[in-house]
Structures are given as C-alpha cells and as structure tokens.
Write a protein that binds this ligand. Structure first.
Ligand SMILES: CC(C)(COP(=O)(O)OP(=O)(O)OC[C@H]1O[C@@H](n2cnc3c(N)ncnc32)[C@H](O)[C@@H]1OP(=O)(O)O)[C@@H](O)C(=O)NCCC(=O)NCCS
Length: 163
C-alpha cells in the first residue's frame, strides 16, 4: 500500500558491538562501572532501532538491569541488540551482554537489557515505525512477550506519572 512503511525483519536490524574494557572504565579494584555497560547498551539498541525505523530515534526507557556476573578490566564485552516488539511509534530492543577475559576465557552472561526506543519526526514528536516481519517461532513468542512487557510499562507509567 502506498504510504505505508515497508516491513523490516529482526535479522535486518540486528546489531552488535564488541568493547575491550580499559582502566578508565573501572574503579580502583578493576571492576567495571555499571554505567559503562549501560551506555554501550543504549548505543547498540539505538543502532538497531534506527535501522528498523529508518528515522531519528530517542531512548524512552531502559528497564531495570541486574548485573549477573562481574565485568573486569581486560574483559571483552559483546553486546547484541535485536528488535523484539514494535507497537505504534515505539520499539522494544533486547540487548544481550556477554563478557569474556582475553585471550580466550569462556563467555559469561552479564545480563539482558530491555530498551524502549521511540521513532520521532523532525519536531521530536513520535512517528510510526514499520511493522516487524517475524520469521521464526522464537521471534513470534518474543513478540508476544514484548507486548506483555509493553502493557506492563504503560500501566506502571500511568500509576507513577498519571494519565
Ligand atoms: C519518548 C518520548 C518521545 C515520548 O513522547 P510522548 O509525548 O510521551 O509520546 P506518547 O505518550 O504519545 O508515547 C509515544 C510512544 O512512546 C511510548 N513511551 C512513552 N514514554 C515511554 C516510556 N517512558 N517508556 C517506554 N515507552 C514509552 C508509548 O508507549 C508510545 O508507544 P506506541 O506509540 O508504540 O504505542 C518523549 O517522552 C521524549 O522525547 N522523551 C525524551 C527522550 C530522550 O531525550 N531520551 C534520551 C534521554 S538523555
């Protein structure tokens, strides 16, 4: 249909980044700050969302993140972002975080982050995003799980901020 944005698949917008943790990322004891990880989560989620939306985007929220394993200087941290759910103007992006020590330590699961990113027009107003083409059963299940989290966030915002 003319005027409707074309669908995008999960694979098309999937984005990843690998970062070596440096002394400036960590405290005196060598433990990396959570905020360093969250900054990278936000960036890679933004890349995936922008690829899907094909317009400017802003981060609306990052759900609570639990750090399951410590990240240390000289760890290589891999961040992989995938769109799991889209609604009207918002997208849920799941970022999986893995850490491994150099040169060849086993990967440790640091945690998963759920980021909501909203597509915006030139005036910063929310603008519609393309539908998400779901290719696998797993993607379909994740989409429905994403819908439930979307509803929960919306209810939580109404409770906290009203409206
Ligand atoms: C995110 C933002 C564009 C939403 O604008 P708004 O006027 O509240 O828009 P609406 O209430 O119409 O909501 C638009 C969409 O965003 C979603 N949304 C709004 N606030 C949200 C939040 N805090 N968390 C998750 N989703 C949110 C809504 O569910 C809605 O989704 P849908 O269109 O897919 O149904 C606006 O709050 C904003 O610009 N915030 C600042 C973003 C920013 O600068 N981030 C970087 C911080 S440094």
């Amino acid at each position: 249909v003319v005027g409707e944005p074309a669908e995008g698949s999960v694979a098309e917008s999937r984005s990843s980044v690998v970062r070596l943790m440096m002394p400036s990322d960590a405290n005196y004891a060598g433990n990396v700050f959570g905020g360093v990880i969250l900054a990278e989560v936000d960036r890679v989620a933004y890349v995936a969302a922008s690829r899907h939306a094909r317009t400017a985007c802003v981060t609306a929220s990052i759900d609570r993140v639990d750090f399951l394993a410590p990240v240390r200087i000289n760890d290589v941290v891999e961040f992989t972002a995938e769109i799991s759910f889209v609604h009207h103007t918002s997208m849920e992006v799941i970022v999986r975080i893995l850490a491994r020590g150099l040169p060849d330590a086993a990967a440790r699961r640091v945690g998963d982050a759920y980021v909501t990113i909203v597509a915006v027009d030139a005036d910063g107003r929310p603008t519609p995003v393309p539908p998400l083409a779901l290719a696998t059963d797993e993607e379909k299940v994740r989409f429905e799980e994403g819908r439930r989290r979307f509803e929960q966030r919306r209810a939580e915002r109404a409770r906290r901020h009203g409206g």
